[in-house]
Every structure is written in C-alpha cells, then in structure tokens.
Design a protein. Structure first.
Length: 668
C-alpha cells in the first residue's frame, strides 16, 4: 500500500456512542485518526481517551508474538514461541481436557474489550468453535444485565427512546449517568434542548462533571433510586397529572402500582434517599407538568442489589405521565434492543446442551473448570472478588489462554498468550448502544508482528485441530453478510457493500422516533407496572454490616480510562494522577484524615490504597474512587474490585460494583 488513504472505521470500545472515525494511512502506516464529521450523532468528536488510540496501538508494550509461560503463574514471565507451537500446545491440551473431563470443563471468557459483532462480545466471535468442542456457554452479565431485565419486565425490551430526541425534551433527568465522561455526544442534544428552555437535573451520589453542568443536582443515597421514582410519582398523583388516557389504553397493573406509589409519600422517600423533601417535591411538581420529559438512566445505577427493580420502576415513570406519546419523552438506557442483526451462535453444532457459566462469578465457578480462555477481557482488573480470582488463576491444573494486546494483570497468569489485533487492523461491524446507526470498520493497516484477529485465530485453531464444520472457516465478510441477513424491516436496504462504501447507515427508524406511542412489545402490548411490594429493593448498603463498615463506596467510570482499556497508557496515567478516594469533610474529620493522605479502603473481602481527596462532591456516608486502573500499576497492586463481593443483584445476576460498604484507615 502506497500513497495516502482515508478509511472509515468505528470505535470498538464499551461506550454507548460507537463513534465513527476516519483513519489516514500514509505508505501503509496509520498516521492520523479523527472523528467523522459526517456522522449525525458523533459529529466528528472523539473522547480524550480514544484521541490517543493510534499512539496506543503502537505502544512499546504491545504484545506482538505468541508466548509461553516460563515462571510461576502471576509472575508475567514468558518466552516467545511460534504460532505453530502455540496452536499445537493448545490443541493437545484442549483434546486432553475434553477426553478426560468433557467439553464443559472449558470456559470461553469473553468481555467488552471490543463491542464488535465479528471480533467481540456483541456477536459470534469463537462461539461456533466452542460449540463444536462442547464448551460451556458464557453469560456476559457484567455490564447491564440487571437493568436490561428490569426494563424487559416493564416495557418488554431494554430498548427505549432515540437519544437524538433528547433535543426535543423540556425536562431531562440524567439518572445515575455521567455522559460528559461516558458518552459525551449525548450532551450536544442536551445542549440543544437547554437552548430551547429545557431544565436538566442530575441525580447521582457524586457531583460529576455532568452534574456541574446541570441546572440542579440531587445527591441521592446509593441504591435508593427506585424509592425516589416512587416519591416523584407520588407528587404527580397529588397534582392529578397522570395521563389517564395513556394508562387506560397502554398499561396494565395500574391500580396496584398506584397503591404502591401512595405508600411512598415525599417525607418517607426523603428519609430513604437522603434528599431534602422540598427538593423531591419541587422536582415531582416539575415532572408532573413538563412534557416531554426524557430520562437517561444507564449502567451505573443498576449495579447494586436492587438495580433491576430500580430500572423497572424508573421505566414506569413515562407510563404514568404518558411521555411515551411524545418524541423526546421516555427512558433511554440502551438502544441495543433496536438492533435486529441475525446473531446465530449456532447452537445446532452442540452435541448436547451445556451449562452456562456467569462472568461475574469467575472466582466461585472456576473450581470446575480446567481451561479458561480469556479474550477481550481483563478479569483480574475488572471482575468482582479480585483476590479470589487471583487464587483460582494460580492453580496449576488450570490451563489458561489469553488473547490480548497488552500485558494486563490477567496475562500474567496465562499459560499461553496469543497476540490480538486492534481496531485499525481488522474488519468489524458495529452498532453503538446509544444511537440507531450501524457502522463498518474497515481494516486500515496490516497487523504488527504476528497479531491475528479473533476470527482468524479461531479459524486457524479449528484447522489445526482437524475440524471440518464448514461454518468454522467463514471469512469476516461472509460473517458480516450473515449478520445483516435477518430480514428485519429495520435493516431493509442495508447491505455490506453499502456499509463499506458509506461507513455508517441509520437503521430504518423514523425521525423523530417514539417507539412505544402505540404500544409495547409485551405479550399484552401494554407497559407492565411493577406489582405491589416489588417496586423498591433496598441495596446491600442498607444492611447491618454498616455498623462495621459505615461508608458506601461508589466506583464511577474514570475520565482517562475505559474499563481497564488505556490503563497502561503512560500519558493518560499521568493525567489521571494517583488513585484517589473522595471523602466528605464530615467523614474525613471523624477519622482525622487530610487531603493527600494515603489510606486503606477496606472491608472483609480485601483492600486497595488511594489518596484522600476531601470534597463535598460526595455526601456524608458516601466515598467514591474511580474504576479502571490496572492493579499491578496501582499502589498496593490492587484496585477497587478487591473490595467488591461476588454478590448477585435482584435481576439478571447483575453485579454489585456500587453496592459496597468499606472503612478508611490511614496507611502506616
């Protein structure tokens, strides 16, 4: 390849925006990356993290060759081997495990390192291969399962309003979400709404960057969101502002839910949420009389013991107010439910049904596993009960293969490491979960060293193992065409050729889009209100354990990292500085803590180290420390997941990353 080319691609990372980008290639090397100004949602802007993506892909610690472990597990000591050696050793070990223990002793552990439908968690990467082997299935519940389950129970789908319609809203509730750090393109549409007179409220335990820009911030007690939703609706009823016509025509269970609302007067809800009663009443009155109202509620608020119920009850609000009638009204959680690709994971290739292992239960479910295959994931840095995971990964009878781009903490425990491509080096199909566009990512450059894409790795491994199932060897372009072949009306006219030429295409949804104005995708066609006594589930932070560990720890998304992606980037680490824990002045004074002091943040499960930042950005009784750091690059070799218990939420086995009780103690 010579001369200069500009190729359209898409950001692969775990963010709702799924940005369209343009890569400039000069003489075979990617020399420039910028946002695509023609994309209607992302409009040419990339975030502070992804702006450094090309530099990151060329970093000196990039894994470029297959490697075999030479030191103890966890030591990160490896020797370079050839692909043939790696494939042969893997093949021998996999065959032996299947022969002795059965295929279910293999756990393909796939994360959200890329959201691609070819190479990553959204689609089919490796599933056909694992089905031929009879491996266990993997339930990727770490991000949004509780909230999705809650929305499903109310609306029949996790899908909701088109985020572009926030521009039409006149009241916007940003509920447990911080778009200026995690999906900043929504803010342009919020700004359009504000220019037209909209009022913006941030409901969040932390006064985030987004809360600073809102008209009002309500510092809610973690895990009490459902109670606040009931309290706001109590005011709506007091104002007689419910939409009786919408309730009669498009909902079910209203009378019982109405009684539940009446059992949550403002004064009671104020005691639960820690918010002043007058603030709840004022917002409830505004909600009662402002149409349309748009609610953005994302993954953060459903990561606690009552998270599914919280999303279920929040989703009931536009059913009472009738906001689903109006473009610019409703709830936005994820648009993935509007994506109707043909995702066929080929269960017909299984010789018999197999068990499903749960992503956030790695520490407890790994006992019965003999091979752990990790790709697009870094569980030592990202999953609950990190100390127990380390103990499990240290087992000599566990054969661990990690496909990776960089030497993460998880790589340190691998027996075999396989070098993986990055986004500019492979094809992929994407759909951001915060808008209604598909995007094609064209491979812009050749992979460095001996890096292979996920799809190519499994094709080569299948061939090396003598597998003959034809679908195991489908090319990336064939796989993409299969994905687009669902026949759903939303994809009519969207072909692979068109995507490759245009880069992105909006799915066939109208503008503006009011998805549930005429009904819901439930069995009855109606919104289903929560039954009595199931509209609020207290979080773990309300438990008796609080007497020993009195502080509720929230671990928000950081501004410089995305999950643990970029956790090794030297410049972003410099900007992020050392890890901090935000502490309210009252809690700091009670413990004799001063800003800049290093403390142990600890509970019965473990501890991590951070520097105190005394701040009124958190309320008394709440502390906050951002996630995303690599443990081995952190003081004490631990991050906040050391204190996160492997505890199920109320729905979808959602994890409790924001449902932890801790204490702070000065470091000696």
């Amino acid at each position: 390849m010579s001369g200069e080319l500009r190729l359209t691609g898409a950001c692969p990372l775990d963010c709702p925006d799924g940005c369209s980008w343009i890569v400039t290639v000069q003489d075979g090397k990617a020399v420039k990356l910028r946002g695509n100004p023609d994309h209607p949602y992302t409009r040419g802007a990339l975030c502070v993290k992804v702006n450094r993506y090309l530099e990151h892909s060329q970093a000196p610690d990039r894994i470029l060759h297959p490697m075999r472990r030479t030191g103890p597990k966890g030591s990160g000591q490896f020797e370079r081997i050839t692909w043939d050696q790696a494939l042969e050793e893997i093949s021998v070990r996999l065959r032996a495990i299947v022969d002795e223990h059965g295929g279910e002793a293999i756990w393909p552990y796939l994360g959200t390192g890329t959201l691609g439908y070819l190479q990553g968690c959204e689609g089919i990467a490796g599933r056909r291969f694992w089905n031929v082997l009879g491996a266990s299935k993997h339930w990727l519940n770490i991000c949004s399962s509780a909230g999705s389950s809650g929305l499903n129970r109310t609306n029949g789908t996790p899908a909701g309003m088109d985020p572009e319609n926030f521009a039409q809203a006149r009241l916007i509730l940003l509920w447990g979400t911080n778009p200026l750090t995690s999906g900043h393109h929504l803010w342009k549409f919020i700004q359009d709404a504000k220019a037209a007179g909209a009022y913006v409220v941030a409901i969040d335990p932390i006064r985030t960057r987004t809360a600073d820009q809102a008209d009002e911030h309500l510092p809610i007690r973690p895990g009490t969101d459902a109670a606040l939703a009931l309290g706001l609706l109590n005011v709506v009823l007091a104002e007689n502002a419910q939409d009786e016509e919408f309730l009669a025509e498009h909902t079910e269970g209203w009378e019982q839910f109405r009684e539940e609302i009446l059992r949550h007067p403002v004064e009671t809800v104020a005691g639960i949420t820690g918010l002043p009663a007058e603030d709840i009443h004022r917002l409830g009155t505004r909600l009662a009389h402002t149409r349309p109202t748009a609610i953005r509620a994302t993954q953060g608020l459903q990561r606690h013991q009552g998270g599914g119920t919280a999303m279920r009850t929040i989703a009931a609000i536009p059913g009472v107010t009738g906001d689903w009638r109006h473009p610019g009204g409703g709830v936005s959680y994820s648009t993935s439910g509007h994506v109707h690709l043909n995702i066929d994971r080929r269960d017909d290739l299984l010789a018999k049904p197999v068990r499903t292992l749960v992503m956030t239960k790695l520490a407890s479910q790994l006992d019965s596993v003999k091979c752990l295959w990790v790709y697009a994931a870094n569980p030592v840095g990202s999953s609950p009960d990190a100390n127990a995971i380390r103990r499990q990964l240290s087992r000599e009878d566990l054969f661990t293969v990690v496909m990776e781009q960089f030497p993460t903490d998880t790589v340190d425990y691998a027996d075999i490491v396989l070098p993986a491509t990055m986004q500019t080096e492979h094809h992929d199909l994407h759909a951001g979960y915060g808008h209604l566009y598909l995007a094609w990512n064209e491979a812009a450059v050749e992979p460095p060293g001996e890096c292979l894409s996920t799809t190519e790795t499994f094709r080569r491994l299948a061939a090396h193992m003598g597998m003959t199932e034809p679908s195991l060897f489908d090319s990336d372009l064939e796989l993409a065409e299969q994905l687009l072949s669902s026949g759903h009306p939303s994809l009519e006219g969207i072909t692979l050729d068109r995507l490759r030429k245009e880069g992105w295409v909006r799915m066939n949804y109208p503008k503006p889009f009011a998805p549930f104005a005429e009904g819901f995708p439930t069995r009855s066609g109606r919104l289903r209100f929560p039954p009595p006594d199931k509209a609020y589930v207290p979080s773990h932070t309300a438990s008796a354990e609080r007497s020993r560990y009195p502080l509720a720890l929230v671990t928000p998304a950081p501004h410089m990292f995305l999950n643990t992606t970029f956790g090794n980037n030297a410049e972003l680490r410099r900007r992020a500085k050392d890890p901090v824990v935000l502490v309210n002045p009252a809690d700091a004074a009670a413990r004799g803590l001063v800003s800049g002091q290093r403390v142990r943040v600890h509970n019965a499960g473990g501890e991590f180290l951070a520097d105190v930042e005394i701040s009124d950005r958190v309320s008394a009784g709440v502390v906050a420390s951002p996630k995303g750091r690599w443990p081995k690059l952190s003081p004490g070799s631990a991050n906040p997941n050391a204190v996160v218990a492997e505890r199920d939420g109320d729905m979808g086995m959602g994890p409790g990353f924001h449902d932890n009780l801790v204490e702070l103690s000065p470091c000696s």
